[in-house]
Design a protein around this ligand. Structure first.
Ligand SMILES: Nc1ncnc2c1ncn2[C@@H]1O[C@H](COP(=O)(O)OP(=O)(O)OP(=O)(O)O)[C@@H](O)[C@H]1O
Ligand SMILES: [Mg+2]
Length: 442
């Protein structure tokens, strides 16, 4: 994870239009962490992450930014909705569970990396086991010549298994002891430990009883799981995962405005919302959280919070929490040009998605440029007339525009349909000119 801020922004530009400030702030925060890691340990511990608060109305790309960030980075990253947590003592998920979730993500990243490194020895293990099953065992009193012959046929069999020739043969495999994984991070770590020892105990009781006939192709996969269990140093995985969670972890706290208690609303204070905010304080500032993998210090975990703040303002958050998000960025509303670019220039844009979906039916869909402009214009107009729901408006507009084509696509195999500005106007003008219709349909 040592992309420069420019590279990070360039990556995000492929998917999110505009919002330069937000992209820059995020890129800088990420780079700062990289810089921090290069410092002497003494100084390193002093450099605290600067948490970010992203403010912007609905549908302008807050969640999209975080989604792309998550894909881009190989650091432990999770996105959670602030509104799904409840105060400690209430029924529901407590905020500490987000740290446990983060650690789980870290575990799977690290485990994958370790498996990747051990890939060859794991494959070797699997191969060896399958070949053993396919060949009759060598009698214990075999002569030396027999032994040599056996080794030779083993080598030949290896080749055949590797080449997939044996894939349809059936062999009997002892299943790896069924360890039930407890991934419920809502569980207290103490409880999780108890559950784990139980499952280990039961697994031991069943040992050797669980045999199953299967095809070699299937056995290759099943045995891989066992190879992983045997060959991976889980202690090392855990240690590395813990280190990465503490030093590189990022939590994206979406919908933070939903736990703000608006002073402008009817003045009814919602104690549980405030409670969640209070529970968040120590975690954001830095505290220790127990997980079944060990204690995690949250000092250096980066928090990026986001919210639309339609009904509340950042100042409606309790002051202590506001203070813990010193970097504020505002996301701009999307104008017509931005909507056009979202359709035209983003990777996997909605237009591509529709084209790909209809291509499944053998229908080629094309949009000429004027049509795309017209769609953007109509979406923008609808946003102005009704609530501004940002780029989400494009979904409703396109859905309406393409509903008929989409419905009868299967009957139009092999044809090409070109959407022109005229098509767009014909289909949508009636809707956009009638306020009531527009309100319901777009
Ligand atoms: N600036 C943008 N560039 C490209 N696509 C965008 C942009 N803004 C929004 N979108 C698209 O619009 C949809 C909604 O965006 P997103 O989920 O990011 O909204 P949001 O800002 O999180 O809104 P909310 O506050 O309602 O959660 C997504 O499909 C996203 O791809
Ligand atoms: Mg969102």
């Amino acid at each position: 994870m040592n992309m420069t801020p420019k590279e990070i922004v360039a990556y995000l530009d492929q998917y999110v239009i505009g919002q330069r400030e937000a992209k820059k702030t995020i890129a800088l925060a990420l780079r700062t962490r990289y810089r921090r890691m290069q410092l002497d340990p003494d100084l390193r511990d002093e450099v605290m992450p600067k948490n970010i608060l992203m403010i912007g109305s609905t549908g302008v790309g807050k969640t999209e930014l975080s989604r792309r960030l998550a894909k881009m980075m190989r650091v432990p990253f999770i996105k959670v909705e602030a509104s799904k947590y409840t105060e400690v003592g209430f029924v529901g998920r407590d905020v500490e569970s987000m740290i446990r979730d983060l650690m789980m993500t870290s575990m799977s990243i690290v485990k994958e990396e370790f498996s990747e490194n051990a890939k060859e020895s794991m494959y070797e293990f699997v191969l060896e086991r399958i070949v053993e099953k396919l060949l009759p065992p060598l009698p214990s009193l075999a002569t030396d010549t027999k032994k040599v012959q056996y080794e030779e046929s083993k080598a030949r069999m290896r080749q055949r298994v590797m080449g997939g020739e044996m894939d349809n043969h059936t062999i009997e495999i002892e299943l790896p002891s069924a360890r039930i994984e407890f991934n419920d991070t809502n569980m207290m770590p103490e409880m999780a430990k108890v559950q784990e020892s139980f499952s280990a105990l039961f697994a031991n009781l069943n040992k050797g009883e669980r045999k199953k006939e299967m095809k070699v192709s299937e056995a290759k996969e099943v045995l891989l799981v066992e190879a992983e269990q045997r060959l991976l140093d889980m202690e090392a995985v855990k240690k590395e995962a813990l280190r990465r969670t503490e030093q590189g972890g990022i939590i994206f706290l979406d919908e933070i405005d939903k736990i703000a208690v608006s002073s402008r609303s009817d003045g009814r204070n919602d104690p549980s919302k405030e409670g969640v905010q209070r529970d968040l304080l120590p975690i954001v500032e830095g505290s220790s959280v127990n997980t079944k993998f060990g204690t995690i210090n949250t000092d250096h975990i980066l928090f990026i919070a986001a919210g639309a703040f339609h009904l509340s303002r950042p100042s409606d958050l309790i002051p202590e929490l506001q203070g813990r998000f010193p970097l504020r960025v505002e996301l701009e509303p999307l104008d017509e040009e931005a909507l056009y670019k979202i359709l035209r220039q983003t990777k996997n844009s909605l237009l591509h998605q529709y084209q790909a979906l209809l291509a499944v039916e053998g229908l080629t869909l094309e949009f000429d440029d004027e049509a795309v402009r017209a769609i953007a214009r109509i979406a923008h107009k609808a946003n102005e007339k009704n609530e501004d729901i940002g780029a989400r408006r494009l979904h409703t507009v396109l859905e309406k525009l393409l509903e008929d084509i989409s419905f009868s696509a299967d009957e139009q195999h092999g044809t090409t349909i070109v959407i022109t500005a005229e098509t767009v106007h014909k289909k949508l003008n009636i809707v956009i000119e009638n306020d009531d219709l527009a309100r319901y349909i777009l």
